[in-house]
Design a protein around this ligand. Structure first.
Ligand code: CA
Length: 214
């Protein structure tokens, strides 16, 4: 992983957290250093801060893309406005995280992005008797399509991309409901969606289960 982040404290916290997950991480504190490292080494993922002292992270993303970097790009942004996220995605980013974020959320995103990369253009995933088409947002069990609402699909996809890993409810909430999740809110709405999702999976005899850990 290449991490380009100028805030020293945050950078060392993230490096430590990612290393604990078993990733090998290089850190750069400026755009120039980051670009140089990206040319010299091969990375599976580049995590890029938008606000950098020497050059905007979006421009770094464009540069890396135009220089041939095809791997995943994850942007870190302090800006939560939709416009900025769209610019990030236009610049070639695969995903973005709004600061402040939880380490668990970064780990989950990194894992999901790397899983997607492993699919290499394949849009369909199979888990037991369940097939999920990520492009068309369709889920079928034993070749029979099941109807999920938008949130149920997002939840299921997120769980599947983090298969066999612990997903915190906060990380799930942030991923599925966005950055404006108020920590003080109760999580009833998440439990409600998961309850429905579980019921639909069960009724269709899915061989996968969502397990809760308290
Ligand atoms: Ca910064």
């Amino acid at each position: 992983i290449l991490l380009v982040e100028d805030e020293e404290k945050l950078a060392s916290f993230l490096v430590r957290g990612l290393k604990e997950q078993g990733y090998s991480v290089d850190a750069a504190q400026s755009s120039r250093a980051g670009e140089a490292m990206a040319y010299e080494n091969t990375y599976d993922i580049v995590i890029l801060d938008v606000m950098l002292p020497d050059k905007n992270g979006l421009d770094v993303a464009r540069t890396l893309r135009s220089e041939g970097y095809r791997g995943p790009l994850l942007m870190l942004t302090a800006l939560s406005r939709t416009k900025d996220k769209v610019s990030g995605l236009d610049a070639g980013a695969d995903d973005y995280l709004t600061k402040p974020f939880h380490l668990a959320e970064l780990n989950a995103r990194v894992h999901a992005v790397l899983r997607r990369k492993k699919l290499e253009g394949k849009n369909t995933l199979e888990y037991g008797n369940l097939t999920i088409d990520i492009e068309r947002r369709q889920v079928s069990i034993n070749d029979k399509t099941i109807n999920l609402n938008r949130k149920e699909f997002d939840i299921l996809e997120y769980f599947l991309l983090n298969k066999s890993r612990l997903v915190t409810r906060t990380a799930l909430a942030e991923h599925v409901w966005g950055d404006n999740i108020d920590q003080a809110d109760n999580f009833d709405f998440i439990y409600y969606q998961i309850k429905n999702l579980r019921k639909k999976l069960q009724e269709s005899d899915a061989t996968i289960t969502i397990e809760a850990i308290y």
